[in-house]
Ligand binder design. Structure first.
Ligand SMILES: O=C([C@@H]1CCCNC1)N1CCCCC1
Length: 321
C-alpha cells in the first residue's frame, strides 16, 4: 500500500518523520546512506534516553525478539550505535510492514543523545545492514512488493515541511521533467557516476568520481578538487580547521553537479550558505568529503531537487522543486 509521510525540518540539520513501531510513536531520521532501522530503546542508560522518545519492546504486543541477534554501526561522521534485534510492525504514513527488523539501541554515541531523532530508518541497500548472524531487510525492501511502483521519493524543501512518498512519484512536488542516473548498488548505496561540475557556468572535470544520494547527511560533501575550485571563486573564502568559511556578504555562485551520464543538477548559491560561523563570517553548505572519490549529496541537494529512489534498474531520479 502506497503512502506519504511528512518530513519535518529539525534545527536545519535533518528532517524527522513520525513513525510508529509496535504502536509507539517515534521521530526517526530517514537515511538513504545506511541500511539499519534502529530506535532508542528502554535498555539505554537514563542519561542517553534524556530528551528522546523511547521504544519499549515489552509494551508491544506484536514484538518478537530475534534471540542472539546483534547489530553495531559506525557512521562516517564518527557517530555510532549498537544493540539487540527483534521484529515488529512499522508504519510510515499509509505504508505498514508487519515483521520489520527493529534494531533496539542499548548504546548510542553522544552525537545521537544531543540529536533530535529517536533513531534512524536506513533506506540504502540491504547488503550493508549490520545485523548479525543474519542481515535484515530495510523497510523499503520489505514494503516494495506491496507498492504500486517499486520506488520511494524524498521531498525536502529548505526550512519547510517535506515528505517521503512510498510507491509513487508525486508530480505536485516538482517542476519540469525528471532526469535519471543509473545506480550501482554493489557498495550498498544509491551511488552513480558524477564526473563533472560547473561553478557558475565554468565546467570542470571530476574524473572517476561518484555521488551518493544521502538524506541522512546535512551538507554537500565533495572531493577537494571541486570544493577548492568552488571557493576559489568566492573572494575572502578560507579553509579553516572547521571547514570552508566566507564573508556572509559574498554572492555565492551556483554549483551544477553532473548526475550519471546526462543531466546536471544545479544548486543555487542561495542554498550554499549554511550558517553564520562567527560575526560576519559564514560557513559553507559545500564542504570536503575528506578523501576518497565518493561525493555525498545530502539534504542541501534535496532542498533543490525531489529525489526518486527507484529499485527498477536501480536508478536515481531528480527533478527541480
Ligand atoms: O556514514 C555515512 C553517512 C553518515 C550520515 C548519515 N548517512 C550515512 N556515510 C555516507 C554514505 C557513504 C558511507 C558513509
Amino acid at each position: 500500500q502506497d503512502g506519504s509521510a511528512p518530513a519535518m525540518p529539525y534545527e536545519g540539520v535533518e528532517y524527522l518523520v513520525s513513525t510508529t513501531v509496535g504502536g509507539q510513536k517515534l521521530n526517526l531520521d530517514f537515511d538513504t546512506g545506511s541500511a539499519d532501522l534502529w530506535v532508542f530503546s528502554s535498555g539505554l542508560s537514563a542519561a542517553s534516553k534524556k530528551g528522546h522518545n523511547v521504544y519499549n519492546s515489552a509494551s508491544s504486543s506484536t514484538y518478537k525478539a530475534l534471540s542472539g541477534y546483534t547489530w553495531s554501526i559506525q557512521y562516517a561522521d564518527g557517530s555510532g550505535a549498537s544493540g539487540t534485534v527483534g521484529t515488529d510492525t512499522v508504519t510510515i504514513g499509509g505504508t505498514s510492514v508487519k515483521a520489520q527488523a527493529v534494531e533496539l539501541a542499548t548504546k548510542v554515541s553522544s552525537q545521537f543523545v544531543s540529536d533530535g531523532s529517536d533513531g534512524l530508518v536506513g533506506l540504502a541497500f540491504s547488503n550493508i545492514n549490520t545485523v548479525r548472524p543474519r542481515s535484515q531487510k530495510t523497510f523499503f525492501d520489505n514494503a516494495n512488493p506491496s507498492l504500486a511502483s517499486p520506488l520511494f521519493a524524498a521531498y525536502l524543501p529548505f526550512n519547510a515541511n517535506g515528505a517521503y512518498d512510498f510507491g509513487y512519484v508525486d508530480a505536485s512536488k516538482y517542476t519540469g521533467s525528471v532526469s535519471y542516473a543509473a545506480v550501482s548498488s554493489s557498495g550498498g548505496f544509491w551511488e552513480y557516476a558524477s564526473t563533472s561540475y560547473k561553478v557558475g557556468s565554468t565546467a570542470h572535470a571530476m574524473s572517476g568520481t561518484t555521488g551518493i544520494a544521502d538524506t541522512g547527511t546535512t551538507l554537500l560533501l565533495m572531493v577537494d578538487s571541486a570544493v577548492s575550485a568552488y571557493y576559489a571563486s568566492v573572494s575572502g573564502a578560507k579553509n579553516t580547521a572547521d571547514g570552508w568559511t566566507f564573508p556572509c556578504a559574498a554572492t555565492l555562485p551556483s554549483l551544477a553537479i553532473r548526475m550519471g551520464s546526462s543531466a546536471y543538477a544545479t544548486i543555487p548559491g542561495s542554498l550554499l550558505n549554511f550558517e553564520t560561523y562567527s560575526g560576519s563570517t559564514c560557513y559553507g553548505a559545500l564542504q570536503s568529503v575528506g578523501g576518497g572519490t565518493q561525493n555525498i549529496y545530502g539534504d542541501v541537494f534535496f532542498n533543490a531537487y525531489y529525489g526518486i529512489f527507484d529499485s527498477t534498474g536501480p536508478r536515481f531520479g531528480f527533478a527541480a522543486i
